[in-house]
Design a protein around this ligand. Sequence first.
Ligand code: PLP
Length: 788
Amino acid sequence: MDRSNFIREIESGLNSKFGRGIENATPVQLHDSIAGAVMRDISGRWNKSVEKHLSGRRACYLSMEFLMGRAVYNNLLCLGIKDEVDGLLKEHGRSLSELEEIEDAALGNGGLGRLAACFLDSAAAHDIPLDGYGIRYKYGIFRQAIENGFQREYADDWQKYGDPWSKRRDSDAVEVVYADETVRAVPYDMPIIGYGTENVGNLRLWQAEAVNEFDFAKFDCGSYAEAVAAKTSAENISMVLYPNDNCEEGKILRLKQEYFFSAASLADIVKKHIERSGTLDNFADKVTIQLNDTHPVIAIPELMRLLCDVYGMDFERAFEITRKTFNYTNHTIMQEALEKWSAALMERLLPRVYAYVLMINERFIKEMYALGKDREFIRRLAPVSDSTVKMADMAVYMSSYTNGVAKIHTDILKADTLKDWYGLYPERFQNKTNGITQRRWLALCNEELSALITRLLGNDGWIKDLDRLAQLKKYADDEDVLREFMAVKETKKRQLADFIRVHDGAEIDPGTVFDIQIKRLHEYKRQLLNALSILYIYYGIKDGSIKDFTPTTYIFGAKSAPGYRRAKAVIKLIGEIGKLVNSDPETKGLIKVVFVQNYNVSYAEKLVAAADISEQISTAGTEASGTGNMKLMLNGAVTLGTLDGANVEIAEEAGEENEYIFGARVDELKKIMPEYDPRKLVFSDEKINRALDKLIDGSLDDGGVPSGQEGSFKELYKALTDGASWHVPDHYYVIGDLNSYVEAKLKANADYRDGLAFAKKCWLNMCSAGKFSSDRTVKDYAENIWKL
Ligand SMILES: *Cc1c(COP(=O)(O)O)cnc(C)c1O
């Protein structure tokens, strides 16, 4: 777009809507006008792209979560006008950086939702016809504050300044029918602007509304509450995102949400298809649907219902089309995250859909008997057994392809979690190692490093072809380049320190090592291991057993599910360790611990660019892939991690000598865990005992909460040493890995002293991150699953 034209557009928007000019507009008004100008600018090619996607074969990405982050900077970047707009604003005494108060669109919990956002970005940039479908929650993931060391949750009213990046499309509204309620699903479309291309993808988010605003008959009789009851009930469906990451709740509202967006999306997809093809016979030739985890799997029986009940197709033909249409991405092997529904509940809420679940189940049983499978095998795999609907089993049975999200994860699926299914249908299984978009996670969040890369490569082609970074490996021993690289890192550390001072009121020193663990708070991610290692090291420094320690700042960012007591206790514990360590004059300047508030996409952009050490320390076999690990690698951090998820491939790409790998591997844990008794280690190892003892010696303040309550450190201690009836002691092998973790951590700490040698490792990590572009992942889906 013409730059002066664009500024005129912003000015006229400001003037007509708010009666202000650029100089005296509020940041919110400025944001609104910039968004308005962009939306007007792209509207022509957005419409064209939507129509183009619909006229050919296209892929639809159904996801309960889209963790988009802030749109304005990314959209300007993708249009190639970010610097110009900033420059023009500056001529008027304003700056794009003022828009930091605009909320993130945080309609997701963590990695799974962010993956969906990265995929849309990559597909748009590479002209791949992929469109997203999800829910327009009124409240996304809660805003977190740390008060007195405890997490507090506040409603995330992300639309409080409006939503200028969406277009409401009333003409495409559809009705979604439950047993005792019918609601209206109204789509809001967000453009996904492809970088350096005319293509604009579409994210369609459904909002639940009442079919009738309210019931006048009831209102006339004076029954106000009843009159608005239907409205309230309908709107509740898209009111709030469930804040659990990797943990299923089995609540009826959740099933309503899943059906709501699955049914609305399918109605829309089918309608658009028929408008263009006039028949459903070729549906699976024109449409392929990717299910992001099991959350949208209810779409499978819903498509069967549509094809048979509404369009009169016979069951076998519908079955064939449905199976051809769907593909399923598995994101976890952890039992507590595998989605199951009470059959009675599903039948009560969705009787006709449930009837198709049963028909699918019957067909499965017949097919298996014909193959000579035994009853036990059939019971294990059947989509319905023991009065339970097992969504993962239905997904594998009723789809063309099932994929895991990192090599090791797919291997575990085949060998373990979905072993029987793999035996039945080996040709259906694929691996698609996750990725991240380098537009947001390098070009946008680290302009300084981007400029260095572009200068050395001679062009910015890496922004759409990340493999080109490998050409920079030749500078790994070039002192001038490494020194510039180190200067960039220092700049980013200084910027982060400034932000943390304002945002969290903590003072940190950019001259120290930044050791960063940022991700959802979960036992399997083992923030507790990190916390214990800090105590271990702290006492080691004090008693002189750890010498020459390079001053380090340990930074944590994480949200806990509001009802997850143990995770909340870990947050409180990290805060207390911070208090202890940060105030000790003996270790002053050596160790500092900071827990930043409200970790989200925008915060992540600042943190990943400033990290020296990337903490990826999940128990081997628990983190399906991880994507935070990739963001940190791309920005030139070394990984301190276990051989889990994509860490395995990160070490493969960058060379294990450039990472700090520790801990028991998956195959080792298999042998260790049945015999594992952490008490033996605790009581035989004085240093482990000393660190652990801080949980129970009363010197750290957990708020005096009784054991088992939020904040209770005693309960954390017991979980590590006693276990519980439903949990073996130290289920995640924290104590078992502690020694090798501390050893690797201290090795990294010592290596940092040789600045150039450490920078070389960081450099090689950055240069080796090409594989982890979501461009690669999406192209692989497009070619081998979607067949676009
Ligand atoms: C990338 C990202 C995640 C995923 O992090 P993992 O370390 O892979 O769990 C979670 N939250 C936000 C805000 C992110 O940007």
